[in-house]
Design a protein around this ligand. Structure first.
Ligand code: FAD
Length: 288
């Protein structure tokens, strides 16, 4: 399939990229790893007249610990996150999530910022972002702001980015003491995307009770969400018999259905994979 004709722009600086995106408005699109946008253009589901390729802005490719948090540049690839020793130690949910994305080619080209901005309902990163309460830095010709993940994913492939805004960085809280992270995913057998993906972080107190729980779920609904009823059901308890808490995974959520998985089946999978993620996070927390 051949995309509609477009003009291709390669800005040398972030400022230039922001100016181009502001100039072209609805006719312009940022290109990062191209692993979602290019297939959509080939299928003519997207037909931007101007592509602003930010992939050569190397300043947006980094992983660092800053002000007691992890900060990751938007152009950092899934593979770089998967293989980061800093993240394996300080924020393991991120490498655990990255390794479940696509195949090795996809992980070497696709970017964290691109995946979050694309907001595919079956993408993996949104689960980790909402579970951890990540924040996304958005830059435009009007300045910059940090957007909490809880306000970022609005609807199916829709975010709260304003026209002209480019995601430049994402920050995440460090793994606290006595805590464990886990990501459990049911892969779609054809596409490999998440039919359901559950990201969990559990922190235990000195008695081994759950002091705090953070659970984010993707694949079930139009946008990723925090499973607050699961979090409430497990907080203050010993992390045993997690099936009951996990059964709340889709409470109050309007589940999607398609040819592969009906809404009812997705709700069932949400509970099954929430239990898997909570069990693995509890096991990991006991080891820390
Ligand atoms: P692009 O394709 O370049 O852009 C995607 C969208 O985001 C575009 O609208 C673009 O304008 C916008 N955008 C990009 N960067 C920015 C930015 N910094 N600021 C603002 N807007 C921006 N994903 C999964 O989560 N799980 C999977 O299992 C999975 N499997 C895949 C399998 C295949 C075969 C393929 C081709 C893709 C798969 N993906 C999967 C998607 C992959 O992770 C993409 O790389 C990712 O969704 C988009 O990142 P990108 O950098 O390629 O963005």
């Amino acid at each position: 399939m051949i995309p509609e004709p477009f003009e291709y722009h390669v800005p040398k600086t972030l400022e230039e990229a922001a100016q181009l995106i502001a100039q072209y408005g609805e006719e312009g699109k940022v290109l990062a790893g191209g692993h979602s946008l290019v297939p959509m253009m080939k299928l003519r589901l997207a037909s931007p007249r101007h592509l602003v390729d930010i992939a050569r802005l190397d300043g947006l490719r980094y992983i660092t610990e800053k002000d007691g948090r992890i900060e990751i540049g938007a152009l950092t690839t899934h593979y770089r996150i998967e293989s980061s020793s800093l993240l394996k130690e300080k924020c393991p949910l991120l490498p655990l999530t990255a390794r479940e994305i696509g195949d090795v080619q996809v992980r070497n080209k696709g970017t964290l910022g691109g995946s979050l901005a694309h907001a595919d309902p079956a993408a993996d990163w949104p689960a980790a972002a909402v579970a951890l309460g990540a924040e996304l830095k958005a830059v435009s010709t009007n300045g910059e702001r940090w957007i909490p993940a809880s306000e970022f994913f609005v609807d199916l492939m829709m975010t709260s980015l304003a026209p002209g805004e480019i995601v430049t960085a994402i920050r995440f809280p460090l793994l606290p003491a006595c805590s464990g992270d886990a990501y459990a995913k049911h892969h779609h057998p054809a596409s490999g995307f998440a039919v359901v993906g559950v990201a969990a972080r559990l922190t235990l107190d000195e008695k081994g009770h759950v002091k705090s729980a953070r659970v984010g779920i993707t694949g079930i609904a139009a946008a990723a969400y925090r499973a607050v009823e699961v979090e409430k059901a497990i907080t203050g308890k010993t992390p045993k018999n997690l099936q009951q808490a996990a059964s709340h995974a889709a409470d109050g959520i309007e589940a999607n259905g398609d040819l592969y998985a009906s809404a009812e089946y997705r709700v069932h999978l949400a509970a099954v994979y929430a239990e898997k993620a909570l069990t693995a996070a509890a096991k990991s927390a006991k080891q820390h």
